[in-house]
Design a protein around this ligand. Structure first.
Ligand code: ADP
Ligand code: MG
Length: 619
């Protein structure tokens, strides 16, 4: 990755730091004050690099496009005067004023005309400056979130479109572009793959590369010789190219190879204005699909998810100016026709009544394939390229007007409604929480019921194929485990209650038995104290009394009557009780242990009577 990071002059988007100013001028984007943080992609980038709250990559991922109606972002790149132009003594008529305004000074001394864009990058800007300032990283983030994003370069032939997107033409077969001259495309590839790795998002990446040459679509990645492919339309996919080869790649190196392959197969020719003039429009698309997404139904269909498309348009050209002959004239006419169709669509899209209007996207293959980027659900960045030479002024003015108008076109970006629309990070957190709960429940259940520990297993492998399936699976399983756990808990509680009641009954019986044995002890002496006073209270009866006279209380758990020792006024009861028991003591002395059952019955009835007598509440 480091190979692509050279050439950064300070690491910030300096061109957009200036505060917004009002510029009067031609075109439609001028004369208006624009919010630097809203529609301006570079301002966003600046905030990101200055470490503002927006600098948090996770938060940036949360940010959507500017709103339901998102304008096409337009940045302008002015190439430097070429050696040939300087040799011919041509003058530069373009001057950057500030970071977002371009002044055009017509050679005859006419009034200056100003144009305003998201960013204006003059000939001194490096390839890295352009990459950082143009806002393509924002598009990359949106593509990762499932949006369909397009970067397209347009302008006159020889104005630097191909250079801006992919660098200078290769110096030989298989010779890659030097890293410092690599264009937006290669830098975005490196950035995107780095981003994917950094986010740890399980994504699958695919690429396709096609050109539209003389109104025919040709696959630049086809295994055999490129043959014309049909452009079709359906409701879900919109316009698409049938049988286009979509190649999966896993590394930056592999992607660069695909790019090289396409670049070397793309049609280009030499004419007076450009030694390596592209004779076709080229569309290189990266498809980003999250592994949880459903695979496409049709095997030829690219995977669902976000995409980032780089469009290098062939330049408009005046056949007379380029000195084209024969095949070059046919190519030029075809290029101009499709660019005219594009211009026509842009004009109609600017119409406020456009919802009622028919946009003739079907007029050319180019407009068909750009329909989504221009007026549909995509997010679009336009890099307008111009030459500073006075000789090119009419074409330059036309490009500038075109670009100014394009700034007013809005799209309605929409991420697919499939599961990927949900941020993967959020899903993963949810999944982790459910997994944790699942483990906890399983171990709790395992402690209570050993049979439960051998649950599930086979279905998890199925669920792993699909994150949503897995979530659902865990939720159902957790629900079932929760129910099972609560059933086991309630039966355990019932058993414990029963055990407690039995223990209390045993205690009570022991207490009474002890009391009876005590009374049965032979020998003269003073009347013994009530055995209840001596016997330690059974644990159940240690509960607090419910009324001021506890001798009539029932134990709230076992419902057994509480003994007299529990009464705070038991000293008052005792003589009275002992006096009433006197005949019994004598009976025990005379009859011995045979008297015990009768004595116990007596004690119970005695307690009932005492309760009836002493309890103020029952009176
Ligand atoms: P286009 O694609 O618009 O027809 P190219 O990108 O092929 O134009 O550029 C035409 C020529 O100008 C090429 O030789 C290219 O290397 C050169 N060129 C374009 N832009 C720049 C630039 N910013 N810096 C240096 N050379 C440039
Ligand atoms: Mg080109």
């Amino acid at each position: 990755m480091a190979a692509w990071e050279g050439g950064d002059e300070g690491g910030g988007c300096k061109v957009c730091i200036a505060s917004p100013s009002v510029v009067k001028g031609e075109g439609t984007g001028e004369g208006k004050e624009r919010d630097s943080g809203g529609a301006n992609p570079c301002a966003k980038q600046n905030m990101e690099e200055r470490g503002s709250p927006d600098g948090d990559p996770a938060r940036n991922l949360e940010q959507g496009p500017e709103g339901p109606e998102t304008p096409i972002q337009v940045v302008l790149r002015v190439r430097p005067m070429s050696a040939a132009e300087l040799r011919r003594g041509e003058q530069s008529v373009l001057h950057c004023s500030g970071t977002r305004t371009l002044q055009v000074s017509p050679p005859g001394g006419g009034p200056d005309v100003a144009f305003r864009f998201g960013a204006v990058l003059d000939g001194a800007r490096t390839q890295e400056d352009v990459f950082r300032a143009c806002g393509v990283r924002r598009l990359g983030d949106l593509a990762l979130r499932g949006f369909s994003c397009t970067v397209f370069a347009f302008g006159q032939t020889g104005s630097g479109k191909t250079y801006t997107l992919t660098g200078p033409p290769p110096q030989g077969e298989g010779v890659p572009v030097p890293p410092s001259l690599a264009g937006i495309t290669q830098r975005t590839f490196a950035w995107l793959l780095d981003r994917v790795q950094h986010l740890g998002a399980p994504v699958t990446l695919h690429a396709s590369y096609l050109e539209i040459y003389n109104e025919q679509v040709r696959d630049l990645l086809s295994l055999g010789a490129p043959r014309p492919l049909p452009v079709r339309w359906n409701k879900t996919r919109g316009f698409y190219v049938e049988h286009l080869r979509v190649v999966e790649f896993g590394s930056l190196g592999a992607l660069m190879e695909l790019l090289q392959m396409g670049l070397s197969r793309r049609r280009s020719s030499a004419h007076t204005m450009n030694q390596a003039s592209s004779r076709s429009h080229a569309l290189l698309t990266i498809y980003i699909s999250h592994q949880t997404q459903m695979p496409p139904v049709d095997p030829g269909e690219p995977p669902a998810g976000g995409k980032l498309c780089f469009v290098d348009l062939a330049g408009s050209e005046k056949v007379a100016a380029t000195g084209s002959r024969g095949e070059l004239v046919i190519e030029a006419n075809s290029i101009n026709r499709s660019l005219l169709a594009l211009g026509h669509c842009i004009s109609l899209l600017l119409d406020p009544q456009r919802k009622q209007n028919h946009i003739p996207f079907r007029d050319s293959k180019l407009t068909k394939l750009l329909a989504d980027s221009l007026g549909g659900r995509g997010v679009t960045l336009m890099v307008a390229c111009v030459s500073p030479s006075a000789q090119c002024l009419p074409e330059t003015l036309s490009t500038l007007r075109y670009a100014s108008r394009a700034q007013r076109i809005t799209t309605r970006p929409q991420a697919p409604k499939s599961p990927v629309a949900k941020p993967p990070q959020h899903l993963e957190t949810e999944l982790l929480q459910l997994q944790e709960e699942n483990h906890r429940l399983r171990s709790q259940l395992g402690q209570m019921d050993p049979r439960a520990s051998g649950l599930i297993g086979a279905r998890v492998s199925w669920a792993q194929r699909n994150l949503y399936g897995m979530l659902q699976e865990f939720m159902l399983e957790n629900e079932r485990l929760r129910k099972e756990k609560s059933q086991l808990q309630s039966s355990r509680d019932l058993a414990q209650d029963e055990q407690r009641i039995l223990a209390q009954q045993v205690h009570e019986l022991e207490r009474r038995l002890l009391s009876a044995c005590y009374l049965h002890q032979p020998g003269p002496g003073p009347a013994p104290p009530c055995p209840c006073v001596m016997v330690p209270p059974p644990p159940c009866h240690a509960l607090p009394p419910l009324c001021p006279c506890p001798c009539c209380h029932l134990c709230p758990l076992c419902q057994a009557p509480l003994a007299h020792w529990a009464c705070p006024r038991r000293e008052l009861h005792l003589p009275q009780l002992l006096a009433s028991w006197q005949p019994l003591f004598w009976a025990l002395r005379i009859h011995g242990p045979d008297m015990v059952p009768a004595l116990m019955e007596f004690l119970v009835s005695r307690e009932d009577i005492t309760r009836a007598t002493h309890c103020p509440q029952k009176k």
